[in-house]
Design a protein around this ligand. Sequence first.
Ligand SMILES: Cc1ncc(COP(=O)(O)O)c(C=O)c1O
Length: 379
Amino acid sequence: MSCLFPTYNKWPVKVKEAYGTTIVDDDGKKYLDFVAGIAVCNLGHCHPTVNEAIINQLNKVSHVSNLFHIEGQEEVANLLVSNSSGDAVFFCNSGAEANEAAIKLVRKATGKKKIITFLQSFHGRTMGSLSATGQEKIHKGFEPLLQGFTYLPYNDSEALTSTMDDDVAAIFLEVIQGEGGVHEATEQFIATINQLKDKYNCLVVVDEVQTGIGRTGKAFGYQHYHLSPDIITVAKGLGNGFPVGGLIGKKSLIDAFGPGSHGSTFGGNPVAMAAAYSTIQTVFQESFLKEIEEKSNYFFNSIKNVLSDCKAVKQIRGKGLMVGIECHQDVSLVISSLRDKGLLVLNAGPNVIRLLPPLTVTYDELDQAMTMITAELSE
Ligand SMILES: Cc1ncc(COP(=O)(O)O)c(C=O)c1O
């Protein structure tokens, strides 16, 4: 019997090593990895610069406490701030924690309690972040939830407009819903959010845990829109596999998170900072982001072209290297068959195949994946 809680249905792949876009199992079988730890290993597995930075930092000091000035925190915060709409950063260890911090911050800063989130959203598994999540299946069995959340249909400007009032502390959204099926916000929906934010003086929180750190071809996904979030939450790709998360907030919010208001023993740990600094120093370079955009254009054009006559496919969506292929039927058998053949992909809801390759994926690897997916869906 396993000594683990069975919270995950494990895949039948025992990973022995991984590099770049490749995973090798304990039989020596190689897989093309279009999961990347669920949008985490954005620079590919075992990236030499990130690994070297982690090892060097481990050999200097691995942990002290936030009672000390920690090497790297100011530098990582500086990079996050100079590439976003924010002015200050709080570090934590995961996406759920970053969203938990955001929930606390919007309430403390505005003195208001109501938070609007969206159906099919996913914000994490802690009590606050699961209460923010607009999916009943995530709530089930964990009630009572944290109070104050209203879940509205995504991209529904009318529903949002008619629900807003002066008591709303924040509108909290993913600009592309990842777990919910790779659904992008429309320009019109974001324009409505901007209008309502000004009218009702509420905050806008963008959960960039999955869409951030270059995944969509910009430093942050919201940068595809005319939007200046008050709070951005990040994790996943920030440490390229080393656990680290963060909340990036505007200047006006700094006083609400004063000494003693919030904290985390491990948040901003020196090794996490070494991993984050070496990761985002590469990802945020203009030339790197441009390459993602070029690969994305190539991939979307090619896959839309080859799958245009495929009867199994309903729609292809996404931005950058976050791709959703919506099918007419459940995709679990397609995903397991692709895995047997050596391509690792994910689902996003029952009918969507989700591709999240490392951002360093090569054109040849994109072609290989495309050929395998096309063959599988055409069968
Ligand atoms: C958009 C989004 N927010 C939050 C989370 C939760 O992040 P974590 O698993 O690091 O707590 C996830 C994880 O999939 C996510 O996709």
